[in-house]
Unconditional design. Structure first.
Ligand SMILES: [Zn+2]
Length: 279
């Protein structure tokens, strides 16, 4: 399958926004929201959606003041997956499936731009975000982003292990070259998405490694309360650390077979594009 790696939102987090550059210059860090587009015979698969056109148009309503204050998104409609899919020469209707790492607003915001697409994700993530609307005021998830009632396809990690990781046996209607990998910790049902292209696998690890990153980034810093088990997050620091260790081991043992890329590191996005160009 042919793959494209897109940045579907630029974030400039308040925390850690200023850092000392290599030559001692003060610079402002920014984060990307990496999404993937896979071209299949039957249509397109979008992996994560970044921020959507409605998020950009009415950000306060859609994203909430907390997200805006913490992340300072660029809010550029040209960065949305909808616009970028069109620039690739497709229509939005060509996106028939969306596979999500999780439902945080910077990953799920574009869902409403592809209202007919089936949305594949772990049942645990759906339960945490969609099944607990009473937690919405606490701010992590933004139910408005799925108010159009997309057709969710929900999964358990029930497949045979893939490189030592728990995965979904088979995503409905999608080829076996596309896998949903269980990487819990950042959120209760957080996953990674693996795609096979050319001579190797690519694994988008989402936000699994955001904190003390054995893989690379710990960006943006998470509030300390997110480290504890809570109904909002639903996973413990131990779970997250276990996931990070699994990914670090995967990266060490299978670096030639699998390219690992996190969602927010601009360097990872560049490496991912290089990987796709090389395979
Ligand atoms: Zn994120």
């Amino acid at each position: 399958m042919r793959l494209h790696a897109l940045n579907c939102a630029t974030l400039r987090p308040a925390s850690g926004a200023i850092r000392l550059g290599r030559r001692g210059a003060v610079e402002r860090t920014s984060a990307v929201c990496t999404c993937l587009v896979a071209e299949l015979d039957r249509g397109l698969v979008l992996v994560d959606t970044g921020l959507g056109l409605l998020d950009v148009a009415v950000p306060l309503r859609r994203l909430g003041p907390g997200f805006l204050a913490a992340m300072h998104p660029r809010l550029d409609p040209n960065e949305t997956a909808a616009r970028q899919v069109e620039r690739l020469g497709f229509s939005r209707q060509d996106v028939q499936d969306v596979v999500l790492t999780h439902l945080d607003p910077d990953h799920a915001g574009g869902l409403s731009d592809f209202p007919r697409a089936r949305v594949h994700l772990f049942a645990a993530e759906h339960r945490a975000a969609v099944g607990q609307p009473e937690l919405a005021p606490l701010g992590r998830y933004r139910p408005m982003q799925w108010a159009h009632r997309p057709r969710f396809e929900l999964y358990q990690p029930d497949g045979p292990r893939w490189y030592g990781l728990d995965v979904v046996h088979q995503l409905r209607g999608l080829p076996p070259d596309l896998k949903l990998v269980s990487l819990p910790g950042h959120s209760r049902g957080h996953g990674g998405v693996a795609l096979r292209s050319g001579c190797g696998w690519l694994l988008l690890t989402g936000d699994a490694t955001l904190r003390p990153g054995a893989l690379s980034w710990d960006f943006p810093p998470r509030p300390r309360w997110l480290n504890r088990s809570s109904p909002l997050v639903g996973s413990s620091a131990r779970t997250r650390h276990r996931t990070v260790e699994q990914l670090a081991a995967l990266g060490q043992e299978h670096a030639r077979e699998i390219g690992l890329f996190s969602s927010h590191d601009p360097g990872d996005l560049e490496r991912c594009r290089g990987w796709l160009g090389a395979t």
